[in-house]
Design a protein around this ligand. Structure first.
Ligand SMILES: Cc1cc2nc3c(=O)[nH]c(=O)nc-3n(C[C@H](O)[C@H](O)[C@H](O)COP(=O)(O)OP(=O)(O)OC[C@H]3O[C@@H](n4cnc5c(N)ncnc54)[C@H](O)[C@@H]3O)c2cc1C
Length: 395
């Protein structure tokens, strides 16, 4: 008999949220992560209102005092700047997102999973799946001491991110075009941060994102073409990101006293489509289930939402010994995310054509209806405003 019902591979938002929901439903869960927590993750570190609301639902911290008891900033909306054109939007209905460090958020979420009863093994890298015919029956992982381990379970949940070993081993993901790479870092001493995510877009694909993450820090992420990024290999990344940002007229003054804190993380490319699949014993969540581009900042929401959709399906699949609930989950997830992904494609393509991009920003800015709608869609704003938003203690 298997020791665990489910092995969750990867303890990012998708993994921890699903482990928490499964363990709370009485499922025995082993969650594995290759890294030692807390660990950094290349990310703009802004949760949109949909993600904040999902955390409230998943952790049950609708009113709880301990929710978000680490440094964070509330985010009321966003601003996109391209040359002299800018578009600003507030999330509708007073909804808000949050900025916070990923190591603290992910550690906190993993803690929620453990408190619900999941077992969490860190520094344990999954190398491949165990197959029994067409069925996934577990994983081969490497222990922190480097020992290979064969771990079996009725279900393997692949939530191991953009470069998912689970999806790759099941041959369901592929590489999209090498469009972009990004450098992400933290800055102290940034002036003029006021509760919004700012995107400075050159219109040629280069984007500088700035977001307050609490504790006096801002996340700065510079996205650029893959070739340009590759040319920076071995060079001074801290110097590069600051130089790029200070080349934007508005940022020159605001970053005058800014300093890079910690390492500059590089990552990319991002386009990782996953083909439709139904593989007994395996389910994919979060980025592992498919990813396109970070520009609209919806990845954490999708990771959490996929966990919310997958967890009941996994419970039902285990109870009924049937693959049908997982097929249904795959369809539901696709139907729910596909319209947003199409919008992401349109935004990302237009953002690479300066004249069209600025014209689009100006056009949307002429109508508060259009601006609000865009804020609502990109913010994955819940329909019932504010009903599920967790209390966020001032740090
Ligand atoms: C540059 C950039 C900026 C972004 N900015 C934002 C933003 O501002 N807002 C937003 O909402 N989204 C943003 N995103 C997207 C967001 O980071 C992801 O969508 C989100 O982290 C996905 O969560 P996940 O749980 O699916 O995967 P991840 O958060 O990537 O977690 C995967 C986990 O799996 C572990 N793992 C990987 N391989 C193995 C293995 N073989 N064995 C065991 N463990 C393994 C990793 O260590 C990691 O802990 C950004 C992404 C990028 C690249």
């Amino acid at each position: 008999m298997n020791k665990y019902d489910v092995i969750v591979v990867g303890a990012g938002p998708a993994g921890s949220a699903s482990a928490k929901l499964l363990a709370a439903s009485g499922v025995s869960v082993l969650m594995l992560d290759a890294e030692a927590f807390p660990r950094r993750k290349p990310c703009g570190e802004s949760l949109n209102p949909g993600a904040v609301a999902a955390i409230g639902r998943i952790t049950g911290h609708l009113q709880a005092e301990e929710a978000f008891d680490f440094p964070h900033s509330l985010v009321q909306g966003w601003r996109v700047i391209s040359g002299r054109t800018s578009l600003e939007a507030a999330y509708p209905g007073g909804q808000y997102g949050a900025g916070c460090s990923r190591e603290q958020l992910d550690q906190w979420l993993a803690g929620q999973a453990c408190r619900a009863g999941a077992v969490f093994e860190q520094r344990t890298r999954v190398e491949r799946l165990i197959w029994e015919g067409e069925r996934v029956a577990g994983v081969i992982a490497r222990s922190p001491e480097g020992r290979p381990m064969s771990l079996r379970a009725s279900m393997v949940a692949g939530s191991d991110g953009l470069r998912s070993v689970v999806a790759r081993n099941a041959k369901v993901n592929r590489y999209g075009p090498l469009r972009k790479a990004a450098f992400t870092t933290r800055l102290n001493g940034v002036r003029g941060l006021n509760g919004r995510v700012e995107l400075f877009t050159a219109g040629d694909g280069k984007v500088i994102g700035l977001a307050p993450i609490g504790g006096g820090l801002a996340n700065m992420t510079v996205a650029l073409g893959s070739t340009e990024a590759a040319a920076l290999a071995g060079k001074d990344r801290s110097g590069y990101v600051l130089k790029e940002a200070r080349a934007v007229p508005e940022l020159l003054e605001r970053l005058r006293d800014a300093e890079v804190e910690g390492d500059v993380l590089a990552c990319g490319p991002f386009d990782r489509p996953v083909v439709p699949h139904d593989i007994p014993g395996m389910v994919l969540l979060g980025d592992a289930a498919g990813y396109y581009d970070p520009l609209t900042g919806q990845g954490i929401y999708r990771a959490l939402r996929s966990a919310e959709l997958a967890a009941p399906a996994i419970v039902e699949a285990l109870q009924r010994r049937s693959t049908e609930p997982i097929s249904r989950y795959n369809r539901t997830r696709h139907e729910e995310f596909a319209p947003g992904t199409r919008i992401q494609h349109v935004i990302e393509r237009i953002s690479r054509q300066p004249l069209l991009w600025r014209a689009a920003l100006r056009f949307i800015g002429t109508s508060s209806l259009l601006t609000n709608k865009l804020a609502e869609v990109v913010g994955d704003c819940p329909k019932e405003a504010n009903t599920c938003i967790p209390v966020m203690k001032s740090p």
